[in-house]
Design a protein around this ligand. Sequence first.
Ligand SMILES: Nc1ncnc2c1ncn2[C@@H]1O[C@H](COP(=O)(O)OP(=O)(O)O)[C@@H](O)[C@H]1O
Ligand SMILES: [Mg+2]
Length: 285
Amino acid sequence: MSILKIKNLRVSVEGKEILKGIDLEIKTGEFHVIMGPNGTGKSTLASTIMGHFKYEVTDGEIDLDGENLLEIPVDKRSRKGLFLAMQYPSEISGVTNADFIKTALQARLPEGEHIPLFKFIKTLDKASNELKMHSDLPHRYVNVGFSGGERKRNEILQMKILKPKFAILDEIDSGLDVDALRIVGENVSSMKNSDFGALIITHYERLLDYIDVDCVHVMLDGRIVKSGGKELIAQIDEKGYDWIKDEVGLVDEPINVIGKVSVGTCAVKNVLDTGNGTNGNNKNR
Ligand SMILES: Nc1ncnc2c1ncn2[C@@H]1O[C@H](COP(=O)(O)OP(=O)(O)O)[C@@H](O)[C@H]1O
Ligand SMILES: [Mg+2]
């Protein structure tokens, strides 16, 4: 069994503190879910675990089986068994999906060992069939011209083949239609075993209809403020997050209206004070 441990993690981006002391422990064999409104730091946590250079860890620890991950770069973290399915997967023009995945697999082998080509092609075909991906997708450039849903499936394809110890799935359900949601959900679910754990970041209950999760955490304002079982998912789906904010005494920062501007013959909108000296994104209020 492997354990991914996060202790009192504080992270800043461009001088602004986003994560304000996260504690989390995931063992292989477990599926944990993080839910939370936009902008609370979920993707920041995902990127920090994986080692994105933009996220500055100011305090705390992340370790895998007792080894400090903060001291090793992203490629080594991947080789140790971490995987991130990104919220916004990037395009890599000129590199086919198949070559991309084969290279990542190759990088995990000791020097001098090679991936048997025939076995790799069979594995790739099987995994892309299970994800009901179009047969040409593995042979096209990574994510180039892929729809939102195809990109998300492609992340899961990589995960199925690389077989990490821990996968962080950052909103793999966003942009998926109902059929794709079921396919992705079932594929993730089928990976559950004693050598694999996952941290699933999502907004919605629907993906979790297909995945048996062990633990649900709610993140608000850079902190995990509540943890529980599956019952939390339905409660959030029904009531949103306000009741949890009330429970933990979290108050939304007030936005001051500092004036009104005309936006046509029959509408005005408020000019908001964002507190940083600039006028904020005006919302009709
Ligand atoms: N690379 C970045 N540069 C600047 N600000 C960032 C960056 N990444 C995240 N942030 C800021 O950190 C906050 C949390 O963002 P994020 O982790 O993406 O939230 P979530 O995934 O919960 O929606 C937001 O205010 C966002 O603008
Ligand atoms: Mg996010």
